[in-house]
Design a protein around this ligand. Structure first.
Ligand code: NAD
Length: 489
């Protein structure tokens, strides 16, 4: 089968294995829904264990034939940069595809395409800068250490930022010389096929990038258990991450796991409240709150609590929902199931005695739309403050002094992101030093830098994506010690 010829109007999608498009062995397809109006937009070939076998075999052949390691590293970099150019050239069409597939607004879909493009360029530039070391061992012994790719790298991707997360993992994996199998999310897999189309167009060797879509319990599990997979990058929920790590432990396979979050932003007494409200608008209501690093707990001084809640509810009232392509303020949630999960948390919030300051219901329209929601006066011990809701629900939690604010922020099973809003340098840095999270934002949220390492503390996972640190997940060190013969005669 030939590569699909266009992006946004394509309604049949195959899998990409070994440099060719093919149908799944089962002949089954997955129906893909537009979350913004619940219409059927495409059918995707549904991979099962046999297809995973084929995809891993194709990647293994690429590794065995040394198609990525016998070329110059700069050539791997060129491929990634060319893929980035391909995405950029198809930016608008790709954003339409992503918006219809995932429900996000067209503006947010454009941002995601841009972030994917940036990751590929960044790691394209890094490919020829992954260096080894000379190690002086004394006497007649010379040592050097070489960064060696693991081989077949399996990537399991969630639905909230499918294209961005797939590119974020693919970039460093390929830059370091690994062949990649991507298992796309079953709810919105379409945009990831663009990476396969780009790879095909720019001459990435067969088997270096393989893209399949299948159910997690079937194709996903088969991929993580596969005997020829040498490294796993998983992004998703804690429960699935635990299953993936069990499979990896069974075979002693190194893994990077990027899991959930319940991130707290602390507002100091001298914070710019306009800034707090505007950052919070995007940090919990952007992407309908389906963001691992969402600002889901806003920890505020007692005396500013009511004013901040008032400002937030006023801002929430300005936000209009629309189908993603109409590009108003709020896109749809991914599925009815996700919507129902959020509703269930709202009921638990009300039952816990938190004050529902605004939202809490679906919008009355077709599609999976949920109102921007604020709970005020939340007890940090309650379920809505401790569990990841993954929807547009903000908990505002009052504090009486800075040590208590820190205690509230750190009292979480998660540690993905934390933030501080304020200008007192002493308080800001005291908190930044003590917050238990992989990234701390000050007077901002989501600084979108490909250069900065991103990942979690505690149950938010381990291993780092982004930045040079991400390359560590894709290389193992081989040391060579050479004993020189005596002086030449
Ligand atoms: P999920 O765990 O349900 O699914 C993630 C992926 O795992 C999907 O592709 C799914 O098909 C696959 N999967 C499911 N069961 C599997 C199994 N047994 N073996 C192997 N693969 C399996 O998560 P989700 O609902 O798609 O995504 C939401 C979660 O992802 C949230 O918790 C969110 O915080 C997290 N997330 C984290 C980051 C990060 O960078 N830390 C980024 C985005 C999302």
């Amino acid at each position: 089968m030939n590569a699909p010829s266009s992006l946004s109007s394509q309604d049949k999608w195959s899998q990409y294995i070994g440099g060719a498009w093919s149908e799944a062995t089962s002949g089954e397809h997955l129906a893909i829904e537009d979350p913004g109006n619940e219409s059927h937009i495409a059918d995707v070939t549904l991979a099962n264990r046999a297809d995973i076998d084929s995809a891993v075999q194709a990647a293994k052949d690429c590794v065995t034939d040394r198609l990525l390691v016998d070329i110059k590293p700069a050539e791997r970099g060129r491929m990634l940069c060319a893929m980035s150019d391909w995405l950029e050239a198809n930016r608008d069409e790709l954003a339409v595809l992503l918006s219809r597939d995932s429900g996000k607004t067209l503006t947010e879909a454009h941002w995601e395409v841009d972030n994917a493009t940036t990751f590929l360029t960044y790691y394209g530039g890094l490919a020829d800068k992954i260096e080894g070391r000379y190690i002086p061992l004394g006497g007649s012994v010379t040592g050097y250490a070489i960064p060696v790719p693991y081989g077949v790298s399996a990537h399991i991707v969630p639905w909230n930022y499918p294209l961005e997360i797939a590119a974020r993992g693919l970039g460093p994996a390929l830059a370091a010389g690994n062949a990649v199998v991507i298992k796309s999310p079953e709810l919105d897999p379409l945009s990831i096929f663009a990476l396969a189309m780009a790879a095909d167009d720019v001459g990435v060797p067969p088997g270096a990038i393989n893209v399949v879509c299948g159910y997690g319990h079937d194709a996903g599990a088969a991929l993580t258990q596969h005997p020829d997979v040498n490294q796993i990058t998983f992004t998703g929920s804690v429960a699935t991450g635990q299953a993936v790590l069990r499979a990896a432990a069974e075979r002693i396979v190194p893994s990077a796991v990027e899991l959930g979050g319940k991130s707290a932003g602390i507002v100091l007494a001298d914070a710019d409240l306009d800034l707090v409200v505007e950052q919070t608008r995007w940090a919990i209501w952007g992407n309908s709150g389906q963001i691992c690093s969402a600002l889901s707990r806003l920890v505020v001084p007692d005396h500013l609590h009511d004013e901040i809640v008032d400002r937030l509810t006023t801002r929430a009232a300005t936000l209009q929902p629309s189908h993603g392509l109409e590009d108003a303020d709020l896109g749809a949630m991914i599925s009815r199931l996700q919507l129902e999960k959020v509703e269930s948390y709202v009921r638990q919030g009300v039952d816990s005695g938190a004050q529902l300051a605004c939202g809490g219901e679906r919008f009355d329209r077709s599609g999976h739309f949920f109102q921007p929601t604020v709970f005020a006066g939340v007890n940090n011990q309650s379920t809505i403050a401790q569990e990841e809701i993954f929807g547009p629900v903000l908990c505002v939690i009052p504090y009486s002094d800075i040590p208590q604010a820190l205690q509230i922020a750190n009292h979480s099973q998660y540690g993905l992101v934390a933030g501080v809003f304020g200008n007192d340098l002493q308080e800001v840095t005291w908190l930044a030093d003590r917050l238990d999270a992989g990234q701390i934002f000050v007077n901002d949220w989501f600084v979108p830098a490909a250069e900065a390492p991103f990942g979690g503390f505690k149950k938010s996972g381990f291993g780092r994506e982004k930045g040079q640190a991400a390359v560590d997940s894709y290389i193992q060190w081989k040391n060579v010690a050479i004993t020189r013969p005596g002086r030449p005669t």
